[in-house]
Design a protein around this ligand. Structure first.
Ligand code: CDP
Ligand code: CDP
Length: 218
């Protein structure tokens, strides 16, 4: 069980989890872990060596050897790395190799923080089932594709929004359909649809939920 405060944020790509996680981390003084970077990092390490992310042994080995220092200079935010991340993420050995680090981060957050906020796909269901507060963040696929397109066009002006849209749908389907720790809302998660919410409005809604839980817990 967790003795520290844990805020869990799960949801599909570009729903706004990371943005909320960062704001929550600053506001409440919680350490932040973007768990997607772990899967993106493993995928990037496999691809850098010319490996296939679907090669189960190779991806598992990369996950066991994973270290943040190995990613210095890596551009892991590309759509190609995102797609490969969801392939390695369906590999149970990869997930098992990354689990301890995530749990330790939540239970004993760095820098003596009073707690942690983690975002991903399985935080409320598998990584931290006892989290203090859980959110499942969503937005319509069109909205999410548009947001991701806006983030990527500067570096890749040739990218079409329709291509991003297809990519997100494919990745969401793979993430929701896998056997091990599929993307899912925990039963006790607060659903937060950000389709028509500004970042400020989404953050205000999240704060209301968190403050309510903190008041009840004392
Ligand atoms: O972490 P996740 O992939 O769920 O999404 P994100 O990186 O937090 O958000 C994706 C993009 O949508 C970012 O550029 C955010 O600024 C933007 N966003 C937004 O426009 N409105 C929101 N309510 C939330 C995020
Ligand atoms: O930022 P975005 O939502 O596009 O993706 P991400 O959070 O960086 O995650 C990339 C991929 O890693 C996801 O599509 C999942 O396949 C995988 N992932 C996962 O399986 N479990 C997590 N807790 C976090 C990410």
């Amino acid at each position: 069980g967790n003795s520290s405060i844990v805020v869990a944020l799960d949801g599909p790509a570009a729903s706004g989890k990371g943005t909320l996680a960062r704001l929550i981390s600053d506001h409440y003084g919680l350490a932040y872990l973007d768990t997607g970077t772990l899967y993106r990092g493993v995928a990037w390490l496999v691809m850098r060596e010319g490996g296939d992310p679907a090669d189960r042994e190779r991806a598992a080995a990369a996950a066991r050897d994973y270290a943040i220092e190995k990613l210095s200079g890596a551009d892991i935010r590309t759509k190609e790395v995102g797609a490969a991340a969801s392939v390695v993420a369906a590999n149970s050995e990869v997930r098992a190799a990354l689990l301890d680090f995530q749990r330790r981060f939540a239970e004993t957050p760095p820098k003596n923080a009073v707690g942690a906020v983690l975002d991903g796909r399985d935080i409320g269901t598998v990584v931290c089932p006892d989290a203090t507060v859980k959110f499942f963040v969503t937005a319509s696929p069109k909205t999410r594709a548009h947001r991701r397109w806006l983030e990527l066009i500067e570096a890749r002006p040739e990218l079409q929004e329709s291509e991003i849209y297809q990519d997100l749908l494919e990745r969401d389907a793979r993430d929701a359909a896998r056997d091990d720790a599929p993307m899912a809302a925990a039963q006790d998660a607060e659903l937060l649809d950000t389709t028509h919410l500004s970042i400020d409005a989404a953050f205000a809604a999240a704060r209301r939920v968190i403050d309510g839980v903190f008041r009840r817990c004392g």
